[in-house]
Write a protein that binds this ligand. Sequence first.
Ligand code: ADP
Length: 499
Amino acid sequence: STSAEAVAEPIKPSISIGLTNLLINGKFVEAASGKTFPTIDPRTEEVIAHVAEGDVEDVNRAVKAARKAFDHGPWPKMTPYQRSKILLKFADKVEEHADELATLESLDSGKPYEQSRHIEVPGVARLFRYYAGWADKIHGLTMPADGAYAVQTLHEPIGVAGQIIPWNFPLLMFTWKVGPALACGNTIVLKTAEQTPLSALLVGKLLHEAGLPEGVLNIVSGFGPTAGAAIASHMDIDKLAFTGSTEVGKIVSQAAAASNLKPVTLELGGKSPFIITEDSDIDHAVELSHFALFFNQGQCCCAGSRTFVHESIYDEFLEKAKARALRRVVGDPFQKGVEQGPQVSDEQFDKVMGYIKIGQEEGARLLTGGERFGSKGYYIKPTIFADVQDGMTISKEEIFGPVQSITKYKKLSEVIERANASPYGLAAGVFTKNLDTANTLSRALRVGTVWINCFDVFDAAIPFGGYKMSGHGREKGVYSLNNYLQVKAVVTPIRDPAW
Ligand code: ADP
């Protein structure tokens, strides 16, 4: 097939990798140690570029720059309108460089180029414009007091924000964190994921071209236990935002608490249910639940990774879900029409293949897939397990790959209980034509997002975040501003209350 050929003969995107150094104080600089690490093309398993490897000393340098830019300005002292104009100008530049950004993103992460170009990159511009719009609409309140006092609140930037992001959506995770932090007037030290350091460096450059003053945004490429840990435990960082695994979320929270008690927002793992009721249009439900799981190679924290299907439509659903998975176009992400590229890294490939093995060993029924696709690159065939029991490992743990687990249910009360019986609570999908069912499920499910008859809708204004061990705090929308603001109460006596 053409897909198999594409994997055998990787397409060479026309791009030269210009930026590989750390961005500190407005300049691209080598790591203090002079060390670099390779970033790998997941299609070919070959090195794309060697990137400066930041460590404690580089984080210290970056924090120093961010501290100075915050304490002495000009960024937090500029008018909100001035900041807003820089963010808007940056959004224009993102659109001008859309092809280049999308190419970098797909090359580093393996996601389909069409997705990078038409979802991710426009998403960056859209979200920055959204937060540019907020910059001059952030303000405090006045309130009455039991006494002769004039009371007001000032909503001030929190200071230097430390931000640690993952590899599944490098550009969008950058944007969800940097957009609101900048709009509120903070300065930033951000660490990209070691698997995908490239696209953030280019957006960092574009932000400076748009007029961002030096030191406001510092980007340290590097690893978690070194550069990441240095950010989490830094005494001069005022706030930490982290997206990644629940396991590391606990580590960074402890480090933040043990150092200077910096407040932490966490966006962690998930095991989201996708519930298909008996009144569903089966073809549509198959397509949507397929998208909910397989989008982005299954590498979404909110992936619909537990598909609950009503028993009355179960057999027909399985047959059609299998046919859809077999039709999924796997191949080189730079080839037109490809729906699924390789997993991001060898480590992720091994982890997903490990879960597939466990699923079989624990007795789930393998409907399709279950093996590597092609002979080179981290490609995995779209995989479906049927008759998955709640106690099985693949039903409990986050797989983060193209593996759909389907299970049947009888009653609504039963599916509510089973859907909620997870330490995670990030998102849920509900597929129904019944308004009562939609209302009941949207209230009963203990999750941060319920998508009804849709999935993965990520508009700028819609908040995203988790219940339970999926984290705390919300990103995007008006809610995210609170993560990056301090509230100061200012109280003055009224000298002549009787005037
Ligand atoms: P994944 O398992 O999906 O790679 P991680 O939680 O390991 O998710 O990684 C998410 C981000 O957290 C990455 O930028 C990674 O480098 C960083 N990270 C990993 N370990 C630590 C750590 N001990 N301290 C701080 N950051 C870390």
